[in-house]
Design a protein around this ligand. Sequence first.
Ligand code: PLP
Length: 424
Amino acid sequence: MERSHLVDLHNATKSGVYRAGIAIFAAYTMDDLTTAFRTHLAQTSPYPLALDIVQAEGCWLTDRSGKRYLDLVAGLAVNNVGHRHPRVIQAIKDQCDRYLHVIPYGEFIQEPQVRFAQRLVSLLPPGLDSVYFVNSGTEGIEGALKLAKRITGRTRLVGCRKSYHGSTHGSLSLTDNANKRYRNLPLLPDVLHITFNDASDLVLIDEEVAAVVVEPIQGDAGVRIPDQAWMKAVRERCSLVGAMLVFDEVQTGFGRTGKRFAFEHSGVVPDILVLGKALGGGLPMGAFVSSRERMTLLSHDPVLGHITTFGGHPLPCVAGLAALEVLEDEALVTNAQRMGALFKERLVHPAIVEVRGAGLMLAVDLGNADRVQRVVKACLEQGVLGFWFLSCPGAFRIAPPLTISAGEVERACTIILAELGRVI
Ligand SMILES: Cc1ncc(COP(=O)(O)O)c(C=O)c1O
């Protein structure tokens, strides 16, 4: 136990206040913390990484033993401006001195929400000028589905094969991952899946369809980039039959793919845009964005057609706005392009089938799940944190903060290549 905790324990015991609280102080030791983590936190798998992180800065994580890790995951495409960027931290501190939660979303004028929405839409094309803030990516998808049903008066929803959109029932209905779905059936009725990047399935998008939900670059499928012609064909088909085209940019947004938003690669503009992850600058947040005219439907017949207590909380709003300014001022979108290209250039090895992706949303494909497990584990031991994909076990993910430097990319690649050579 660290000395300061012993002093706390001594004082507390002496004062007689926390005699029964010794277990709390004991929880500061690493082993007990791990036990408490496994006992009192609901687990998502039997094999969590269970790194005990005490500090994060830029592209680096430090665990309780003092070991440092070069972070190639960025909290899963969240920390695009790096961990604890000083401008983000300052914005959060300043807002803490003003107010935190004051009222459920939509009632009061809260300057952080207004300023953030204003700045966000200034970077988006016409028709995406009204923002509804929620708390997560999956909630953004739920809002988008409800909005599309309201706009079209239809109920059928279309998703893509191998997609991932979140864990709530609506998002899971669109998600094409049998393993995530089978214990939750039945999901939403009247949902179809088309093959991503295959024009022959587009006939399924007809006048019955309310929404077609697409990741402009599929993430958890192992980073799949569609042809621009397919994206344009989907857009045309949706416009022809009056279906809403919804782009899920939860993972691809905010510079991750080497453009501010991934739809800029094809120039295809959706009717509804869903955001999350990096949106809140490291704090939890999601949003769906559409035109003001369309969004107005949620405030009439019935009023309060979509409501949230915490959506648009002032802290993620100020953090998100600060992060957006950092993204622009530090030219991180360009850095994502350059550093992504450097990863591709450096990661050449007989065991690497392909390095796929755009910007700093990369999949290193080894074509073999067992090799992926061994390499990711070996790299972690050498202080480089990579991660897996939900639907692509033969590849591992590289998605670091967009602030990563050429030196850090070199270091990561040197270790990955060395470990590939050692364990394969
Ligand atoms: C493309 C995509 N959509 C939606 C989600 C769900 O976001 P959240 O986990 O914030 O609900 C994710 C999460 O990984 C995602 O990658």
